[in-house]
Design a protein around this ligand. Structure first.
Ligand code: GTP
Ligand code: MG
Length: 457
């Protein structure tokens, strides 16, 4: 990506499809001039006032009428990109949008790349990188809690924490560098203690933020849950009970489910993808065998496996086979059919973490829901969360590196290493923190981050 280009860009800002209104957005020095070439305000004015919506019509240079629209100019720096931005609010039809877009591109504007408006907002210093990433997370969010996490980040919550770490590290660096002027003197004992204490305080704040990553990741990325078990134990019934609708076919015939079946829903603020599978058994039927293969293939990537058994029957060889296929994975035993007389669990099953329920009556489902949520979020559910969470792997890695550099710094201070060496670790810590907020992020990584955005954002 040519990161410092000043071309004026254009893109649809709303999804291309049918809708009440479709918005086309322009950004750059030619944005207003281009609008004025094709837009005729209903009430002629000598100059458009910034941030005011004008009613009018769009005509091509050959006087072809394209649409009745509302248009607004937002002059820099008070705009999303900090450049001159124009929005044309058209009727929301694919062809209407396409014809106006083509007109603007033919007149010399360039179609924006994914995320290019937000990239410009970042490059022009209106938002930092973590805030820009919050924007895309907000658009992609699949649960209320994921929305809250993204909003926090977009509004600078995470950035403020990172800037606090940066300021703390810079203060340490200033102290150390003041010593460089007196190279023959070591840090005296009092200086050393004070610096160590400040370093420790900083590291424990970092640790506290790092500790939020597991919850943050789960809320942002969601979880994949696999329902596994031998035929007829009630896997599809469990899926239906969790969804509250009759999604999967349930019959008394073992081997009913042939393929994997996926559904999304939200539990305690966590976006979940839950997968029902074919009952695991050895079978001659090629369709069912393929289903079993697909079920097994999901085991390595599931965040949680719900291993379902029929509590009314003694366990059989097939149940043990399923268990051994998911050993070492995050596993929860679901003992189903609790409405029938129960048979005690045997073998290794009795010791597994388990929930007893009835997919028929719904008894025990709440316990299952709570167990799933608390396994991933601890006791606090994701709903109504206000505190700042670290949710992005890239941010976490950078913060871990920064924390390590501070750890090395503390050790070096304790060992009374030469002051010149101490500043190396501190600079490393600052470099890593800057990668989160974008000051020191390599261009190639910026490319990857912004290419995840949609066009027009
Ligand atoms: N009594 C009772 N019967 C249940 C319960 N859950 C499921 N069943 C019955 O068990 C049979 C099998 O249920 P399914 O949900 O199709 O089982 P499955 O594990 O998906 O079976 P396959 O798709 O063949 O692997 C059906 O007759 C269900 O009505 C329950 O909680 N109590
Ligand atoms: Mg089934």
């Amino acid at each position: 990506m040519d990161i410092l280009n000043h071309e004026t860009i254009v893109a649809p800002a709303t999804a291309m499809g049918e809708g009440g209104v479709g918005i086309i957005r322009l950004s750059g020095t030619d944005a207003e001039g281009t609008l004025l070439r094709f837009f005729r305000p209903t009430r002629p004015v000598s100059r458009l006032t910034s941030h005011r919506l004008y009613h009018g019509r769009i005509y091509t240079s050959d006087e072809v009428f394209l649409d009745e629209v509302m248009a607004v100019v937002m002059r820099q720096p008070h705009s999303y990109t900090r450049e001159d931005v124009v929005e044309i609010h058209c009727h929301g039809g694919t062809l209407v949008l396409r014809r106006i877009l083509d007109l603007l591109i033919d007149s010399g504007l360039r179609l924006a790349r994914p995320g290019e408006f937000t990239l410009r907002a970042f490059l022009n210093g209106r938002i930092d990188l973590a805030e820009a990433e919050g924007v895309i997370d907000l658009i992609r969010a699949r649960s209320e809690s994921a929305c809250s996490v993204a909003l926090q980040q977009m509004e600078g919550g995470l950035s403020r924490a990172i800037y606090r770490f940066r300021d703390g590290t810079m203060n340490l660096l200033a102290e150390i560098e003041a010593q460089v002027d007196f190279p023959d003197e070591d840090l005296d004992f009092q200086d050393q203690e004070r610096i160590l204490q400040a370093g420790r305080a900083l590291m424990s704040e970092m640790d506290a933020l790092l500790a939020t990553f597991d919850s943050g990741r789960v809320l942002r990325e969601g979880l994949s849950i696999l329902i596994l078990g031998r035929p007829n134990v009630g896997k599809s019934s469990l899926l239906n009970a969790l969804l509250g609708e009759s999604r999967a076919i349930v019959t008394t015939v073992p081997g009913t489910t042939r393929d994997t079946l996926e559904e999304n829903f939200v539990l305690g603020g966590i976006p979940l993808r839950i997968v029902d599978t074919a009952g695991v058994r050895i079978t001659e039927d090629p369709v069912e065998a393929e289903g079993v293969r697909r079920a097994r293939a999901r085991i390595p990537t599931a965040d949680l496996i719900l291993l379902v058994v029929d509590g009314s029957l003694a366990l059989v060889e097939e149940d043990h086979e399923v268990l051994s296929a998911c050993l070492g994975r995050n596993l929860l035993l679901v003992v189903n059919k609790g409405d029938l007389a129960q048979t005690p669990l045997s073998g290794g099953f009795a010791d597994l973490p388990q929930v007893r329920l009835s997919a028929h009556t719904g008894e025990g489902l709440d316990v299952l829901r709570d167990t799933i949520v608390s396994r991933f979020l601890g006791n606090s559910s994701g709903e109504g969360r206000e505190s700042i969470l670290l949710s992005d792997r890239r941010h976490r890695e950078a913060l871990v590196r920064s924390r390590e550099a501070l750890g090395n710094f503390s050790i070096a201070v304790e060992r009374q290493a030469p002051v010149e060496l101490l500043s190396v670790d501190l600079r490393g810590a600052l470099q890593s923190l800057g990668e989160i907020t974008g000051e020191t992020t390599p261009e190639a990584i910026l490319d990857v981050i912004f290419s995840r955005f949609c066009i027009g954002k």
